[in-house]
Design a protein around this ligand. Structure first.
Ligand SMILES: Cc1ncc(COP(=O)(O)O)c(C=O)c1O
Length: 344
């Protein structure tokens, strides 16, 4: 992948900018296993302020944060509720049953929103034949769509009444917050644990945080160690995240505006169809069924033009993700190429 490539496969491809790299190179570090890395401590403190949580722990990836959260909030043999397309369910290599010994119960959702009715349907009877449902995992944003606060509040109220804990995969919670103007802590307060990712649209090269309460932090520390995620002078990495939280959050708004512009122009191309209309943040799902082109041919063709995209072959859908390393000229160039393909 060279610097000229227009990479729309994910916001995980963002490159650390010069200033971020400088802050990383100059970070003051210490051994984080002793809790002595000042940069990590600063990052953890800042995210506590942002999320309103009492404690936070720096971990290498959002996947690990999610899995530590599940392990912290469940015991062997519990059941947890997950959305059909949730990252914790689909894309973490089946980690939850392996690390936490839990059964996964799939819950129906609409763009990440859960109805109490759907939740009631999957709660197992209080009977020896069934594992108790003790945790519900939500995701915001979910495939680029914002899960509204009133839905989260209603689900959380219900779960409290049932003794079900809540985890938020907030890998892209800053996208939701910037899109709605609702502070991250207003979302976070409904959850026992929250995952924050620094290496997606925020542009840090690595790192995530798991945020929770005093009562959970000892377990979280232990499970991070158990999973091999406790690092030493990792302030060098944390410095990138600290830089991102201080400087890159508002840029997400530009990504959202650019994504909306791209969607508006794609709508003018008759052979393409936007699936997630209206666009709320930085992701656009586009059906290319009418182009009548095979997935790998489509991808290779775009790649030959210097554009990287990912495609779901079965559904003939491509996901285009706008991020801080994408500008309007590149979007126009993409549109030019899509238009040419549609004319063939
Ligand atoms: C919603 C969501 N959660 C969690 C993750 C996991 O992040 P990582 O790959 O850094 O572990 C991703 C990755 O793309 C994601 O999209």
């Amino acid at each position: 992948m060279n610097n000229q490539t227009i990479d729309l496969r994910s916001d995980t491809v963002t490159q650390p900018c010069k200033e971020m790299r400088k802050s990383m190179a100059e970070a003051i570090v210490g051994d984080d296993m002793y809790g002595e890395d000042p940069t990590i401590n600063q990052l953890q403190q800042l995210i506590c302020e942002i999320t309103g949580k009492e404690e936070a722990l720096f971990v290498p990836t959002a996947s690990m944060a999610n899995q530590i959260a599940i392990k912290t909030l469940t015991v062997l043999g519990d059941a947890i509720a997950v959305l059909e397309h949730a990252h914790v369910y689909r894309f973490e290599s089946g980690a939850a049953p392996v690390f936490s010994g839990v059964t996964l119960l799939q819950i129906g959702d609409i763009n990440g929103c859960i109805s109490i009715n759907e939740l009631q349907k999957i709660i197992p009877p209080d009977d020896q034949h069934y594992p108790p449902l003790t945790l519900l995992c939500m995701e915001n944003t979910h495939n680029g769509q914002v899960v509204p606060l009133d839905n989260i509040a209603a689900v959380s109220d219900f779960c409290k009444g049932q003794g079900i804990k809540m985890h938020l995969d907030g890998a892209r919670i800053f996208n939701a917050s910037v899109a709605t103007g609702i502070p991250v802590k207003d979302y976070a307060k409904h959850f026992d644990t929250v995952t924050i990712c620094l290496s997606k649209g925020l542009g840090a090269p690595a790192g995530a945080l798991i945020c929770s309460s005093n009562s959970n932090i000892k377990k979280i520390h232990r499970f991070r160690k158990m999973m091999g995620g406790a690092m030493r002078q990792a302030g060098i990495i944390a410095a990138g995240g600290l830089y991102a939280l201080k400087n890159n959050v508002s840029h997400l708004n530009k990504d959202h505006e650019l994504a909306k512009y791209l969607a508006t122009e794609i709508k003018k191309i008759k052979k393409l169809k936007i699936i997630n209309d209206p666009i709320e943040t930085n992701m656009i799902f586009v059906s290319y069924e009418k182009l009548q082109i095979e997935n790998d041919v489509f991808q290779k063709h775009m790649s030959s033009k210097g554009i990287e995209i990912s495609c779901d072959d079965a559904k003939k859908i491509t996901r285009l993700v706008v991020h801080r390393d994408i500008n309007i000229q590149q979007i126009d160039y993409l549109l030019e190429n899509l238009n040419l393909l549609a004319q063939q």
